[in-house]
Design a protein around this ligand. Structure first.
Ligand code: KIV
Length: 307
């Protein structure tokens, strides 16, 4: 069995210039597929609030949601490193709250690390978690939990002032001990600059090709979510269309009596069937005959097991 990916492997990949691959997953079968595809990191993102639970932002997601989905993903991932997002409201009160909730995520899901949003403002928290032995991935640029402050899902760091702020944010996270940093919706040149300056891997999403790795949301790259169509997400498949075609065919076959056929059905012993018929007569048949058969059956050896 392949050795699980560790934070040290990720650092080595960065140093060797080997691109790191990461995708979100939210349940057992999709985690298994990601793992079997050789993806290095699986993120149980709080995007699950949008793509799984149908909210219009990640803000309503709870610790219980993350634990429920995190556990399922961990069961499906044998090699990939599983990172679980800390949901909105689970760490903003300070490092004590963050430590309490990060510990819960690690213990109750079995994940290998946690991710939280924010640069300088989260640096102390990152430091405390790392000190407690919890690997932390940072996340700067467009941080979806602050969408209301940004006024939408917009590219960040476009002005010199904002860009300097972002560089400082990333540096603060690396300094605090984050093992990697997600750069979301950041201009390519700025993401490149940050990647060259920080000494930990950067994982881009809408941040161009010069990051140490890339992350994408499962539903965006597989064609399973149409509420938002981010420019940065290439559709590598149209699984939603394939599912619709398959379900239409299923419905049509049931309606036409073409499904299920004998090949998809189960059979039972003819003698057992005959006994059942005699034990359960229809109204017009004699109930005393049913009782006689029942006694006969109870006295007789058990019929052959049903298939
Ligand atoms: O929650 C998530 O899926 C994320 C990615 C967008 C990086 O944070």
């Amino acid at each position: 069995m392949a050795k699980p990916v560790t934070v040290l492997d990720l650092q080595a990949m960065r140093e060797q210039g080997k691109p790191i691959t990461m995708v979100t997953a939210y349940d057992y079968p999709t985690a298994k597929l990601a793992d079997e595809s050789g993806i290095d990191l699986i993120l149980v993102g709080d995007t699950l609030g949008m793509v799984i639970l149908g909210y219009d932002s990640t803000l309503p997601v709870t610790m219980e949601d993350m634990i429920h989905h995190g556990r399922a993903v961990v069961r499906g991932a044998k090699r990939a490193h599983v990172v679980v997002d800390m949901p909105f409201g689970s760490y903003q009160e300070g490092w004590q709250q963050a430590l309490h909730n990060a510990t819960r995520l690690m213990k109750e899901t079995g994940c290998s690390s946690v991710k939280l949003e924010g640069g300088q403002r989260s640096a102390e928290t990152v430091h405390k978690l790392v000190e407690a032995g919890i690997p932390v991935m940072g996340h700067v640029g467009l941080t979806p939990q602050s969408v209301n402050q940004f006024g939408g899902f917009r590219v960040q760091g476009k002005t010199p002032r904002d860009a300097v702020h972002l560089i400082t944010d990333a540096a603060a996270l690396a300094e605090a001990g984050a093992y990697a940093i997600v750069l979301e919706l950041v201009p390519t040149a700025l993401a490149h600059m940050i990647t060259q300056r920080v000494k930990v891997p950067t994982i881009g999403i809408g941040a161009g090709p010069f990051c140490s790795g890339q992350v994408q949301v499962w539903h965006d790259i597989l064609g399973l979510y149409d509420d938002l169509k981010p420019k940065h997400a290439r559709r590598f498949a149209e699984v939603g269309e394939q599912i619709k075609a398959a379900l239409t065919e299923y419905r049509e076959q049931v309606q036409a009596g073409a499904f299920p056929t004998a090949a998809e059905s189960f059979y039972m012993d003819e003698r057992a069937l005959e006994l059942i018929r005699r034990m359960t007569p229809s109204d017009e048949e004699d109930m005393s005959e049913a009782e006689r058969v029942m006694r006969e059956v109870e006295a007789a050896p058990a019929p052959r097991p049903v298939e």
